[in-house]
Write a protein that binds this ligand. Structure first.
Ligand code: ADP
Ligand code: MG
Length: 669
């Protein structure tokens, strides 16, 4: 055993879960399903799969699902190190568009979505002996769907006959039974147990020290500003201890990060230094490590995180928590007309349960303090727990998957069923995309769509690109829009005009989609330059170019990876991903329209735009190259709800294309 592995073993042994490992393993061997409940940081996610592997009772792979990709990647790295192996060998991970695992992989961390996709090729998930559904309390759509599928699979793979003498392994009719473990950080988990036929619940005692909670006197309109003030109050008046700030998303994190560092530079000599560490879903892998490294002496670490730090990732050293009381939540907004709607990400007040989890992060290693940037009254009005995502978001992709298995989404067994209205709306969207026929049966086209790791509208656009010979272009655009990093960075108000001038040369008259494509082509040209270490084409040259144009270089890398995966998926269904339309770009927009006709709006007599399907009035976002222009019709990527409804990433359409689409749809129906 290397020194590092030995060190980690000592750390493992000090986790609260360690002492109970034998009884835990026994319970798992003796039951089809167990529910494990325990305080965040007690060692559930990293240790349970290792205990099971080390017990040598399970032949197949042990899967651990996570709602977030950052968590899956980071946990796999940690557990691989604890095992003393190279990541991707004994311990691996699989997230959308990225995988590190191999034939010898025994423990695999993967997003719940990825496991859902594996169902498509192996409907019994037969290579897994144990499936651990982690962070079950979050109740993401994918986790909930997984529950339904796993119950179905278990019925198939396990005889259900349990040994009646304690300690004796159960008998199964089949060779390859499936054990399910559900892990949750909150204690209200009877629901999980009931759903899985009264599965036993095991409690892991954590170490929770008292946390003093403070509220604000008044409502804080600008909570980012308020977080900045609170941070400096802590910094000036409290001794050692790191700070964890909860914010709603990457943009808020980046903005607070900037302001903290501006003030940090002005700190008097001799004062403790501040080291900021952002943590959010799109954070590149190599930057995640910083979070776990103890701050140097005389430095206070300040972690700026989304709700990922609530339960998914435990950060050592935290003594102070600043809770802004908000999180981004996906919601399905249905407009006047029944049967249509769209997913939007809205910043919303968190639940009481989340607020308690956040406060709890301050008391992991000793007594802590939590500053809630909202009033006690506001806290009392928070929901007890968040509504399960299945009851508030777009189900198109989920419904399509079920349809591919010939399962009626209205008769599936759910932990909490989705509303009938949202199932109907998804059926309509899928019908509109011609993924379903009028009898509700999945079409050949629908099956093809389900094969892509994309939402059905984007899969539809990609398939349509074949008809217009522009697959290469559509892949690139879809990759940008699917990537978690934004391509264009927001310049400061002083720099706005200069940056706009710099970017002007990329502008495509049709709008943002093709402007994005132009930017990518320009980047590729810079990259192709061949000027040695510092000359054209070098890393330095690319970085300078991106900085000059306020372009996020990370987005190219991420989109590039996605594009590669999509190209592979295309080849699998016999589409040549390199087919390009050159300068004849109308087909690109027509393909996008085919998939996202829901996101189409027409100009009105008064010059405003209205969405075709829902009649919702929308404005073009000021960041768009089409801002201030009047065109007959637009298609957009997303809506942002502030005081207005703004469409972002917008392109102009010709009205005749919409008529053409209607004719196409009627003909193929
Ligand atoms: P739980 O799932 O019960 O919340 P985990 O198994 O995730 O607990 O974490 C157990 C401990 O392992 C935590 O104290 C955490 O600090 C540590 N840990 C987890 N992931 C990493 C990592 N990537 N790097 C360093 N330490 C980690
Ligand atoms: Mg965990």
């Amino acid at each position: 055993m290397s020194q590092r592995t030995a060190e980690l073993l000592t750390q493992r042994k000090s986790l609260p879960i360690w002492s109970g490992r034998e009884s835990l393993v026994r319970a798992v061997i003796n039951n089809d399903t167990v529910v494990i409940l325990g305080e965040t940081g007690s060692g559930k996610t990293t240790q349970v799969p290792q205990f099971l592997l080390e017990s040598q009772n399970f032949k197949g792979v042990i899967a651990v699902t996570q709602p977030r990709r950052v968590a899956a990647i980071s946990l796999a790295g940690r557990v691989s190190a604890e095992q003393g192996t190279i990541l991707g060998e004994r311990v691996g991970y699989a997230v959308r568009f990225d995988e590190k695992s191999g034939p010898e992989t025994k423990i695999k961390y993967l997003t719940d979505g990825m496991l859902g996709r594996e169902l498509m090729s192996d409907s019994l998930l037969s290579r897994y002996s144990v499936i651990i559904v982690d962070e079950a309390h979050e109740r993401t759509l994918r986790t909930d769907l997984l529950f339904s599928a796993l119950k179905r699979i278990q019925r198939h793979r396990n005889s259900g006959k349990r040994a009646d003498t304690k300690g004796k392994a159960p008998e199964h009719d089949k060779e390859n039974p499936l054990t399910i473990i559900i892990m949750s950080a909150t204690l209200d988990a009877e629901r999980f147990s009931n759903f899985f036929n009264g599965a036993p619940m095991l409690y892991v005692k954590g170490r929770q020290h008292p946390v003093k909670v403070y509220y604000t006197e008044n409502y804080q309109e600008d909570y980012v500003e308020s977080a900045l003030r609170t941070l400096y109050q802590i910094h000036m008046s409290h001794g050692k201890g790191d700070v964890l700030v909860f914010l709603s998303g990457q943009d808020e994190i980046e903005s607070l990060n900037k302001s903290i560092n501006i003030y940090a530079d002005q700190m008097p000599e001799g004062k403790m230094k501040i080291l900021t560490c952002p943590l959010y879903a799109a954070l590149p892998q190599h930057k995640q490590h910083k979070i776990f490294i103890p701050a140097p002496p005389d430095t206070r670490k300040v972690v700026l995180a989304t709700n990922i730090a609530e339960t998914s990732i435990t950060i050592p050293g935290i003594k102070f928590v600043i809770d802004t009381g908000v999180a981004k939540e996906k919601s399905f907004v249905t407009q006047n007309h029944k049967g249509t709607g769209m997913d939007v990400l809205l910043v919303k007040p968190i639940s009481k349960s989340s607020a308690r989890q956040r406060a709890g992060r301050a008391g992991r290693e000793g007594p802590g303090v939590c500053f809630r940037l909202y009033t006690e009254e506001a806290f009392k009005n928070f929901r007890e727990a968040a509504t399960p995502e299945i009851q508030r978001c777009n189900l198109a992709s989920a419904v399509l998957t079920l349809k591919c298995f010939d399962i009626d989404p209205t008769s599936e067994e759910y932990l909490d069923p989705p509303s009938e209205e949202s199932v109907q709306s998804s059926l309509l969207i899928l019908y509109g995309l011609q993924a379903l026929d009028e009898k509700g049966k999945v079409t050949a086209l629908g099956k093809q769509m389900a094969n892509f790791p994309l939402d059905p509208p984007w899969a539809c656009a990609l398939l349509a690109s074949q008809e217009y010979s522009c697959t290469a272009e559509v892949i690139k655009i879809v990759s940008f829009l699917s990537s978690t990093s934004k391509l264009l960075m927001e310049p400061t108000s002083e720099e706005r005009d200069t940056v706009a001038d710099m970017r002007n040369k990329f502008r495509h008259s049709s709008g943002d989609h093709l402007t994005h494509l132009n930017i990518l082509h320009a980047y590729e040209e810079v990259k192709a330059g061949n000027g040695g270490l510092d000359g054209p084409g070098s890393k330095r040259a690319l970085k300078d170019w991106c900085q000059k144009h306020y372009i996020n270089e990370r987005a190219f890398a991420e989109a590039g990876d996605i594009a590669q995966q999509l190209a592979l998926a295309c080849r699998r269904v016999g589409i040549d991903p390199t087919t390009s339309c050159g300068d004849e770009t109308d087909g690109v927009l027509k393909s996008i329209l085919r998939g996202t006709f829901q996101n189409c709006a027409l100009i009105q007599q008064d010059g405003t735009y209205r969405q075709i399907v829902s009649r919702l009035p929308v404005k073009i976002h000021p960041s768009s190259t089409l801002f201030g222009r009047k065109v007959p019709a637009i298609v957009y990527d997303e809506l942002i709800f502030t005081n207005n409804t703004y469409a972002r990433t917008v392109s102009a359409l010709e009205q005749s294309w919409i008529a053409e689409l209607a004719i196409h749809n009627r003909r193929s129906a």
